[in-house]
Design a protein around this ligand. Structure first.
Ligand code: SF4
Length: 124
């Protein structure tokens, strides 16, 4: 089977044609460097993604706090990880980069805040 994918390892965006047999890459053409071959193998055989989402909060300035994983996780785990993220409700202030959930689903990726969220101040 042939698949066409775009290499995103650099701005050149080479259009790769990938021969796949039994889920494994056997040939890559269209790449201008070896990174394209590595990218095709990763993307076809074990695609990885950074998970980005928001988590609910209670008593913080932001109702929904933006988060992401600090490294990629297997694409096959993204939906399951999203389900875990949806269970979170922050009640304490967070800073940018603060870990909200460690080692999500055993992937070794941590879920971190991408915006600060302070306690909501109520008028006295
Ligand atoms: S194959 Fe090489 S040159 Fe082409 S987009 Fe990928 S990294 Fe860039």
């Amino acid at each position: 089977m042939k698949k066409k994918i775009t290499c995103i390892e650099c701005p050149q965006g080479c259009q790769l044609e990938v021969d796949v047999e039994n889920g494994y890459v056997v040939k890559v053409t269209g790449n201008k460097c070896d990174k394209g071959t590595d990218y095709a193998k990763q993307e076809i055989e074990n695609p990885m993604r950074v998970l980005t989402s928001t988590v609910q909060s209670d008593g913080l300035e932001l109702k929904m706090v933006p988060v992401r994983t600090d490294k990629t996780i297997p694409k096959s785990q993204v939906l399951k990880a999203m389900a875990e993220v949806q269970k979170i409700k922050l009640t304490q202030p967070v800073k940018v980069g603060e870990v909200i959930m460690k080692n999500i689903l055993g992937t070794e990726a941590n879920l971190i805040a991408t915006r600060p969220a302070a306690k909501r101040s109520f008028p006295s």
